[in-house]
Design a protein around this ligand. Structure first.
Ligand SMILES: [Zn+2]
Ligand SMILES: [Zn+2]
Length: 365
């Protein structure tokens, strides 16, 4: 059963516009695509804005294999246009057309071993937005299109209407990953938190740690401008990487959130973690150098290390709640560029590669 598409002309009902990427040589083609017939449990979202994530850039650089052609983009916010059957939001309430939403980066079946053990982002049947082939009946499966076809098993979270799209779009990757890392590291009120790497995730992590009642947040980055930004986001101290061991001795390091992916930062994180502390490794998303652990010191220090990749739907719900309550909403919006039109996807990607903004926005409407 398909809910009738709302308030659009017959021509608009027939088509979406998607930026389809055919690989390094052939690049993007922006053009019309038919809208899908929805099966039960599926949702059609009219995308309002998508942001270009670092992992999209990895794919576009040829560093990450992806089936082709594909619709890239997974950080997005939009409005439900139609539903198949009677899907529900993550809080169990009915998901109806007109609701502003974001959604999990991948699907989960809810029944396999990872799903039943609380690691639904590693569902054995996972299908990930912005990572799948543009083919068959599931074609609009990325954020860089006017519409996104949500498959059954996607966690959908309501987004407050008043939240700026620039703040809402990155939530389903950057913010939710930070929330997941904080949960897995056991970050609690009163902790001293060290954040290494102050890009999009790091600045979000600084603000989230303070939101969670961290007593001190020590931000570390090679770039003085990023360190200054971290202080604006609520860091109580900042330092360069070579100063971090001394700063951690001074302030403590109950939780270390390693977001840079730098091999030396990973080693330092393991070396500085305080008594009964934990290290969350998040930034190491491609193979890096091996690191040293001296087991006896690790044992006596009661240290923990957790790896964090993607997140669960409850992390996404908490991420939306966080950006809705944080006093740093304008600072978060300032991390996102002026919006590019979908037709100018090449310009958006060029701006993202330039790196002036942690995120570059593509506005569909
Ligand atoms: Zn599963
Ligand atoms: Zn991402």
């Amino acid at each position: 059963m398909t809910t009738e598409l709302s308030s659009r002309t017959p021509e608009q009902r027939l088509s979406a516009t998607a930026a389809v990427w055919a690989g390094l040589d052939d690049g993007f083609t922006v053009g019309p695509q038919p809208l899908p017939e929805l099966a039960p449990g599926e949702v059609l979202v009219r995308v309002e804005m998508a942001t270009v994530c670092g992992s999209d850039l990895h794919t576009l650089a040829g560093d990450r294999p992806t089936p082709l052609p594909t619709v890239l983009g997974h950080e997005a916010v939009g409005v439900v246009e139609a539903t198949g059957g009677t899907p529900r939001l993550s809080d169990g309430t009915p998901l109806l057309p007109g609701r502003r939403v974001t959604w999990t980066i991948g699907t989960s079946c809810g029944a396999c071993r990872p799903c039943s053990r609380g690691a639904s982002q590693k569902c054995v049947h996972v299908r990930k937005y912005g990572h799948e082939e543009f083919s068959g009946r599931w074609r609009l499966n990325g954020g860089l299109a006017t519409h996104c076809h949500l498959a059954e098993g996607t966690g959908v979270v309501a987004v407050p209407d008043e939240l700026p799209a620039e703040v809402a779009a990155p939530v389903n990757c950057a913010t939710a990953t930070v929330v997941c890392a904080a949960r897995r590291a056991g970050l609690a009120a009163g902790d001293t938190v060290v954040v290494t790497g102050c890009g999009m995730l790091g600045l979000t992590a600084v603000a989230y740690a303070r939101d969670q009642g961290a007593r001190h947040v020590l931000a570390c980055d090679v770039d003085p401008a990023r360190r200054a930004a971290a202080v604006r986001f609520g860091a109580t101290a900042s330092c360069a990487p070579e100063e971090l061991p001394e700063a951690a001795r001074r302030f403590g390091a109950d939780v270390v959130l390693e977001l840079s992916g730098s091999g030396s930062a990973v080693q330092t994180a393991l070396d500085i973690v305080g008594l009964d502390g934990s290290v969350a490794l998040v930034g190491s998303v491609s193979p890096g150098p091996e690191v040293r652990i001296e087991p006896n010191a690790f044992v006596r220090n009661l240290s923990s290390v957790v790896g964090c990749h993607n997140y669960r739907v409850d992390d996404l719900a908490e991420a939306v709640a966080f950006v809705a309550r944080t006093p740093h909403r304008e600072l978060l919006a300032g991390l996102v560029s002026r919006p590019f039109a979908l037709e100018d996807i090449d310009g958006a990607v060029a701006a993202a590669r330039e790196g002036t903004w942690p995120r570059v926005a593509v506005r569909m409407t």
